[in-house]
Design a protein around this ligand. Sequence first.
Ligand SMILES: [Zn+2]
Length: 82
Amino acid sequence: MVTDKIDLSDVSLKMNCPKCSCENDFTLGQASHGESIACTKCGVTIKLVDNGSIDQAQGSVDRSLDELKKTIDSVNRKLGGR
Ligand SMILES: [Zn+2]
């Protein structure tokens, strides 16, 4: 079964460190709470500020989920709706 809603706060994203450009993982939950993360490579503190990018991410996640559901639906039909 595919759930209609996923918890966006668990969605992980990547952000490039402003200092060393190393990729760092964080979650939407961390970002929406305005938390900071430490770069895994150089240790610089990266402030995760919600500046509207989260809303954009939400929109793109919604669209992706929509596409995913359509794909799953079509696969289910091919499999005989089992
Ligand atoms: Zn860094």
